[in-house]
Design a protein around this ligand. Structure first.
Ligand code: NI
Length: 205
C-alpha cells in the first residue's frame, strides 16, 4: 500500500467511524443493529438501579422486591403498535421454552407512557402475553427516573393516527438483570426465541 492510498484508507475509516458514532447517538434502531445481541457484563454499573413504581394490581413495588430473582426488563407502552408486542411475545415464549429454569426469572414490563398506562390498563394488556408478567407504571417523575437508570431512549412524538395524538419512539432492549439487581445481558425484540432461551439457560445459575 502506498503512502497516499494508506492515507485515503485512514480517511475513509475515520469517516465510517464518525458515521457509526453519529448513528448510535441519533437512532436507537441503529444502536440495536450495531450493538451485539448480548453484551458481556463489562457495563454492570451502567444499567439499572433503584426504582419505586406501581404494579398492575396497584401495589407499590421497588427494585428490592426482586432481589434474589432474575428479571427480564422491557420498557414500552400498551398502545405501541408493533415493537412492544413482539418483544413481549419473545420474552414469554423464551421463558416457557426454558421450562422450570424459566421460573427463576420474573418478566417486567415498565411503561414509558404513565399518562395512558394505568395499573388497570397494564393488567388487561399483559394478561394475553404471560401469566407471570409484572407490569409497572408510576408518576411521570418515577418513570423518568427509571428510564434514565436503565438508559432507555424515550421520545414522545406527535401521532395524528393515535386517538391521544401522540406515540413514543423508544429503544427496544430487553435487559437480563441478576439476583443482585446488576445488569447481566441484553436482547432486543428481534432476538429469536431460541437464541434468547439458549443464552438465558447459560446465564442462569
Ligand atoms: Ni413499543
Amino acid at each position: 500500500m502506498t503512502k497516499s492510498s494508506l492515507r485515503l484508507a485512514l480517511i475513509v475509516l475515520a469517516g465510517l467511524m464518525v458515521g457509526a458514532a453519529a448513528a448510535l447517538a441519533i437512532f436507537p434502531e441503529a444502536r440495536e443493529r450495531l450493538l451485539p445481541a448480548s453484551a458481556p457484563s463489562v457495563g454492570r454499573a451502567l444499567v439499572g438501579g433503584p426504582f419505586t413504581l406501581t404494579d398492575q394490581t396497584g401495589k407499590r413495588i421497588t427494585d428490592k422486591d426482586f432481589r434474589g430473582r432474575y428479571t427480564l426488563v422491557f420498557f414500552g407502552f400498551t398502545y405501541c403498535p408493533d415493537v412492544c408486542p413482539s418483544a413481549l411475545q419473545v420474552m414469554a415464549a423464551a421463558l416457557d421454552k426454558l421450562g422450570p429454569q424459566g421460573q427463576k426469572i420474573t418478566p417486567l414490563f415498565i411503561s414509558v407512557d404513565p399518562e395512558r398506562d394505568s395499573p388497570a390498563q397494564l393488567a388487561s394488556y399483559l394478561k394475553s402475553f404471560h401469566p407471570r408478567l409484572v407490569g409497572l407504571t408510576g408518576t411521570p417523575a418515577e418513570i423518568e427516573a427509571v428510564t434514565k437508570a436503565y438508559r432507555v431512549y424515550v421520545k414522545k412524538v406527535a401521532d395524528p393516527k393515535s386517538s391521544a395524538g401522540y406515540t413514543f419512539d423508544h429503544s427496544a432492549i430487553i435487559y437480563l438483570m441478576g439476583p443482585d439487581g446488576a445488569y447481566l445481558a441484553h436482547f432486543t425484540h428481534a432476538t429469536s426465541v431460541d437464541a434468547m432461551a439458549e443464552r438465558l439457560a447459560k446465564l442462569l445459575h
